[in-house]
Design a protein around this ligand. Structure first.
Ligand code: CP3
Length: 344
């Protein structure tokens, strides 16, 4: 019996054979969808993340439009940090009122108790689960501790995160304390998401590529290892680690106890799979810019990703980073259908 469409994503996470290659799109719930923009004319982004009915609605929007194989919770990586008592706004990216620069500020960040501090996120998950079309599973997520540190120390989005990166070198022990604190908070947060109904958990290490291998190991992997090890004790849902700009870091990433590695578009998946070995599934890695190609070219670019991923089980099709707000939703529809047809 062929598996239900909705189970292809979880099977691929576990490197089991699937009826077709599953596909979802990073940042699939968001501004490229007219229905999201329409809702945003009435409701601010932060209110969307704090009102479970609205967060559930936005999570489901892309699944109504496209035959996606997974949903991702609508929230933000900084939402739990707000729950830890940090004064933070979105404009449109996260802006921290008092960026963290001292040990006293690190100590003032309270422990995250998800049921107390982010009940709205857990409630969103409970509302989403029974309404998912085609039995699609729900992915819960959090920011990697290092990626969170980047925003907390720099205070706002930045190209180089120079303030955060210099903090690592100027105050390494303080950085480690902050990372450990964030790692424990994200473990509690993700475990609570799984308990509420999330069927896979993803850590976004969006700024991993700013670090060389030694700093990546000391800071980013320190945090990720700590979160993932705690999660392995608390849940058996598949764990995904997304490493943006991670080409030079894959040997280190290979040693991580995680089921799936999310890969940006800069390295072909064939090469990544060679380095990671057969024990990990891969997720990715079409360039988000490829969605602007004429229809036949887009198909060719998608085929190239599939060819690189190869025939071994354990590939989840995705973009190499988040979809751009100016993308034509029709291109997403064509991509999803093509990946399904081509791999069925
Ligand atoms: O569809 C989904 O993927 C779920 C929703 C989601 C959002 N943010 C909603 C959002 C997810 C998974 C995220 C993760 C996130 N947030 C990351 C990791 C993924 C990545 O892209 O690397 C990061 C680094 C952030 C931090 C963040 N939040 C930034 C830099 C910004 C502004 C830049 C941007 O993308 O617009 C946000 C705001 C944000 N988060 C928006 C959305 C839909 C835009 C807010 C709006 O509607 O105005």
């Amino acid at each position: 019996m062929s598996p239900q469409p909705g189970s292809t994503f979880l099977a691929a996470c576990r490197r089991q054979p699937v009826a077709h290659t599953p596909i979802w799109v990073m940042r699939q719930a968001g501004r490229y969808l007219p229905e999201y923009r329409e809702l945003r004319t009435k409701v601010a982004f932060e209110a969307l993340t704090h009102q479970p009915e609205l967060a559930a609605e936005v999570t489901l929007q892309p699944l109504r439009r496209f035959e996606l194989d997974a949903a991702i919770l609508f929230s933000d990586i900084m939402t739990p940090v707000q729950g830890m008592g940090l004064d933070l706004t979105f404009d449109p990216g996260p802006v921290v009122r008092d960026p963290i620069r001292s040990d006293a500020q690190i100590d003032a960040l309270r422990e995250l108790v998800p049921e107390r501090d982010v009940p709205h996120v857990l409630q969103s998950i409970k509302l989403i689960r029974p309404n998912l079309p085609r039995g699609a599973p729900l992915i819960g997520f959090a920011g990697g501790p290092f990626t969170l540190l980047c925003y907390l120390v720099s205070g706002k989005p930045s190209k180089e995160f120079d303030i955060a990166r210099s903090f690592l070198y100027a105050r390494p022990q303080s950085a480690e304390r902050l990372l450990d604190h964030l790692a424990d908070a994200m473990a509690a947060y993700l475990a609570a998401q799984a308990a509420a109904g999330a069927q896979a958990l993803m850590l976004f290490e969006s700024w991993a590529g700013l670090l060389g291998p030694a700093a990546f190991d000391r800071f980013a992997l320190r945090g990720a290892r700590r979160t993932l090890a705690a999660l392995r004790q608390r849940t058996d849902v598949p764990l995904i680690y997304y490493v943006n700009q991670g080409s030079a870091l894959m040997e280190l990433v290979a040693a991580l106890d995680v089921d799936v590695i999310g890969v940006d578009w800069r390295t072909p998946l064939g090469k990544v799979r060679q380095v990671l070995g057969p024990g990990k599934a891969v997720q990715g890695n079409l360039d988000p810019a490829a969605l602007f190609a004429p229809p036949d070219d887009l198909k060719r670019h998608a085929d190239e990703v599939l060819r690189e991923a190869g025939k071994a089980p354990g590939h989840i099709f995705n973009l190499g980073h988040g979809i751009w707000p100016n993308t034509d939703p029709d291109a997403v529809a064509r991509l999803v259908d093509h990946v399904h047809e081509r791999t069925a």
